[in-house]
Design a protein around this ligand. Structure first.
Ligand code: ZN
Ligand code: ZN
Length: 83
């Protein structure tokens, strides 16, 4: 119990109860590159609508880049239509 896991984020003026690095990744990281089960990859932008990363499969979203990276490994890259 060092107490170093609490702090204050000056980017959103909020007290945080996780380490800054983790808070940054779940709140301020704008994009994440995910790798699918078939080794294809894609860069995902954090949604401005709900502040989460959305998997192109449409079945998963998370504010945590680690969460969506883990999720992407369970299925191959979905076919996405360009228009
Ligand atoms: Zn913040
Ligand atoms: Zn997915």
């Amino acid at each position: 119990m060092s107490g170093s896991n609490t702090g204050f984020c000056t980017k959103c003026n909020t007290t945080i109860n996780v380490i800054q690095k983790y808070h940054d990744s779940t709140h301020h990281q704008a994009q994440v590159q995910i790798t699918f089960k078939d080794s294809q990859f894609e860069s995902i932008q954090r949604s401005e609508h709900d502040n989460q990363f959305h998997c192109p499969c449409g079945n998963y979203q998370s504010p945590n880049p680690t969460g969506i990276r883990k999720h992407a490994k369970i299925h191959p890259k979905p076919i996405t239509l360009e228009r």
